[in-house]
Every structure is written in structure tokens, then in C-alpha cells.
Design a binder for this molecule. Structure first.
Ligand SMILES: Nc1ncnc2c1ncn2[C@@H]1O[C@H](COP(=O)(O)OP(=O)(O)O)[C@@H](O)[C@H]1O
Ligand SMILES: [Mg+2]
Length: 293
């Protein structure tokens, strides 16, 4: 089976990829069985028509997106427009939302992820009772349904107890920082001790593809090559789920056991820091070719 890989185009020229995806686009072009196409990401997200640089007649109908994150409602519209154009997108809006939004994905982790609590946005606001938070957590980190605000001066974790006033101000600040990208509501997570090698955590990103095919378990925290990978049994315990393309991030805990850090839709998760785009797309093409056998 062949597939079209659709990337965001450059803001000014639909025939050029957005700079962030140049390497991946080149890898797709170099891979037999995959065809690359571009679309007007920025304009589309702003509500304009979906425009591709090629027509479906010149492309495989099966379509896999690789690009910036979309909110679930944006992905729904994207999917509908692709179907209207005659494509057959691999990932349905339901599967996208399942893996993109942590509270949905977490259902498959049971107790294999740190303790967390979910607080949905209601009428543009998220109310969290400080008392409940103080009871539940020793230290917690703040995320929305999709991302943290890591690499900013927002605290990496907050120790309990917190007063209601302090908590309200953290949450307000977090929502403000996420801006238009804020998605779903707030997730608070117990901040756990991660194992370090030469001062670096040991995190791995796993991409899973149709029918649980693995096509990449790669170092993702610049850890030394000697740091161990998560055990097979821990990684494969999730392979049965019916989502066609997703990621799971693993981290080693200080005591040498493993935990799930987060999950994501495979289309909008970046390649692991140690991965190679050509390897990634050749593996994808190999997985797709198996359906022809
Ligand atoms: N529960 C946790 N306890 C301790 N550290 C964590 C925890 N969850 C995430 N981290 C650390 O914070 C980083 C960012 O968290 P992550 O959930 O991956 O957010 P993002 O979506 O912004 O990448 C991770 O790469 C990991 O190093
Ligand atoms: Mg992450």
C-alpha cells in the first residue's frame, strides 16, 4: 500500500515545506512507496479553505499527516476536507483525539503513569480546589490536555501545600502562557523522581503503527548511549489498541522501574531526538507494504 504524506507548506509558497519539515519531506521523497504533498496550514487553521499543492489524482489516496499539532475540532475539519477532496486519511478524528488528549489516552496506562487529576475547562475557566490538590499530590506539574510549558520560567513542579490563591494564580498564568494553543483543560500530575545518567533523564519515544507495528523506539532526552531502553514487556503491553498511529513516551524512574510520561498522535509528535527521518519513513513504507502481501 502506498501513502501520501502531507506536510505544512511554507507560509509564502505552497510548493515549499515549512522549514521545520524540510528534512522529513526530503526523506519522504527519497522513500519508495511514499509521496509527499503540502498544504496551506496557517491559512487553513485561520479558517480558510484547505488547499494542496497536488491533486488526489496524482497521489495515493491513503493519507498520513505530519506536521504541527491541531486541536481536535481543527483536526475534524481537516479530516472532513481531505475526505471531500477524495483522500482516505489514516487517522480518524476519534483516534486523533484519543491519543492527542492525555485524559483519553491515559485510560490505557492504568497505573503505569504517575498519579494525575483532570480539570476540564468550563466557559473559558478552569476551577481547581486547592484542598483536593493538597490531599492528592506531594509535588505536581501542570499541563493542559496536550502539553506543558517546559523551557519557560513557569515552575517545573509545585510543592504542596498550596493556598487557593497561589493555585489560582499558577493556573491563570499557565492558561495565559498556552494562549490560543490551550486545549481541553488542566491536567495535574504527581512529579516523580526520574533516573539520571550524567545529569540527563532517560526518556524514550515509541512510535506505533497500524496493528501495533513498532517502527521506532528511540532515545529522546540526549541521554548517553549506555542508558538502558524500556523493557519489551512494558512497551508491548499497549500494542493491542486499535489506534493506527500513535506515540508513547517512556521514562526510567529513579528506582530503575519505568513509567509512561505521555502519549500523542503519531502525526503531530516530533521524531525522537536521536531518530533519523530516512529510517523513519523507510520503516513506515515497509509497514505499509506488508498490507500488500
Ligand atoms: N510526572 C512527571 N514527573 C517528573 N518529571 C516529568 C513528569 N512528566 C514529565 N516530566 C518531565 O517533564 C518533561 C516534559 O513533560 P511532558 O509531559 O513530556 O510535556 P510536553 O508535552 O510539554 O513535552 C518530560 O520530558 C520529563 O522530563
Ligand atoms: Mg514531552
Amino acid at each position: 500500500m502506498k501513502a501520501t504524506i502531507l506536510f505544512p507548506g511554507d507560509y509564502f509558497s505552497l510548493n515549499e515545506p515549512n522549514d521545520n519539515f524540510t528534512q522529513e519531506l526530503d526523506a519522504v521523497i527519497a522513500t519508495d512507496g511514499l509521496e509527499a504533498a503540502l498544504f496551506n496550514y496557517d491559512e487553513f487553521i485561520e479558517g480558510e479553505r484547505l488547499v494542496l499543492n497536488k491533486t488526489v489524482d496524482h497521489l495515493p489516496a491513503l493519507l498520513i499527516y505530519r506536521g504541527w499539532m491541531m486541536k481536535p475540532e481543527q483536526y475534524q475539519r481537516f479530516y472532513d476536507k481531505l475526505v471531500e477532496l477524495g483522500f482516505d486519511p489514516l487517522v480518524s478524528p476519534l483516534c486523533y483525539e484519543k491519543m492527542h488528549c492525555f485524559p483519553n489516552a491515559a485510560e490505557m496506562f492504568d497505573d503505569q503513569t504517575p498519579a494525575f487529576m483532570v480539570f476540564p475547562e468550563v466557559d473559558g475557566k478552569v476551577h481547581i480546589d486547592a484542598e483536593i490538590v493538597n490531599e492528592k499530590f506531594h509535588r505536581f506539574m501542570v499541563k493542559d490536555y496536550v502539553k506543558s510549558v517546559k523551557n519557560t520560567d513557569f515552575p517545573v513542579y509545585i510543592e504542596t501545600p498550596v493556598t487557593q490563591e497561589e493555585l489560582d494564580s499558577y493556573i491563570e498564568d499557565f492558561i495565559h502562557r498556552r494562549g490560543t494553543l490551550f486545549t481541553g483543560g488542566i491536567v495535574l500530575k504527581e512529579f516523580v523522581d526520574l533516573k539520571k545518567y550524567e545529569g540527563t533523564t532517560n526518556e524514550w519515544r515509541h512510535f506505533a503503527f497500524i496493528r501495533g507495528a513498532r517502527f521506532g523506539l528511540n532515545r529522546n532526552s540526549c541521554q548517553p548511549r549506555t542508558a538502558p531502553k524500556p523493557p519489551d514487556s512494558f512497551v508491548s503491553s499497549r500494542n493491542t489498541i486499535s489506534v493506527p498511529f500513535y506515540t508513547v513516551d517512556y521514562a526510567e524512574l529513579a528506582d530503575g522501574t519505568w513509567t509512561v510520561i505521555e502519549a500523542g498522535d503519531g502525526q503531530v509528535s516530533g521524531l525522537a531526538e536521536s531518530d533519523d527521518p530516512l529510517r523513519f519513513y523507510e520503516e513506515m513504507a515497509r509497514c505499509l507494504a506488508r498490507f500488500d502481501e
